[in-house]
Design a protein. Structure first.
Length: 154
């Protein structure tokens, strides 16, 4: 009979790198490093690891690759300066990205920009809104108001 516990090594390690494809490099307490894959147990909340996390790793005896079973203790915030940029890249071939919800808020402390081709909408923290485009159309099914301390048209 195959005995899983005798054919594997299970121990704690520290995450020292996370790759773009989800692979994780861990450093064991003896200083040795190994490449691991994250064990995915649910579609709802994927396991995520950041540098410095303590994780439980299992690896078949003699294998080059192991598996991160989970995090040990509380999760840590990613290391880096407060001005760190998080970039979301939409995979090639995806034509539409939809954000849906009863209420959706996009908030920024300094400014917010939406850009597409030659058009853009920019909003800054002072409340200034700039809409730029080759052609701009504004329509209302009912009353259309333009209000301001002064309104300049042409």
């Amino acid at each position: 009979m195959f005995d899983l516990l005798q054919s594997t090594q299970m121990r704690e390690a520290t995450v020292c790198a996370v790759g773009d494809a989800g692979e994780v490099t861990v450093r064991h307490d003896d200083g040795a490093e190994s490449l691991c894959r994250l064990l995915q147990m649910s579609e709802d909340r994927p396991l995520q690891a950041v540098e410095g996390d303590r994780v439980l790793v299992v690896a078949p005896t003699g294998a080059d690759e192991g598996y991160v079973l989970g995090r040990v203790g509380l999760p840590r915030a990613p290391a880096g300066p407060a001005t760190r940029v998080v970039e979301v890249v939409i995979p090639e071939g995806v034509e539409t990205v939809r954000i849906a919800g009863r209420k959706v808020t996009i908030a920024a402390d300094e400014s917010l920009s939406l850009e597409c081709g030659g058009g853009s909408i920019r909003i800054d923290k002072r409340g200034k809104v700039v809409v730029l485009g080759t052609d701009i159309t504004s329509r209302a099914k009912r009353l259309h108001k333009v209000k301001g301390a002064s309104v300049a048209i042409n």
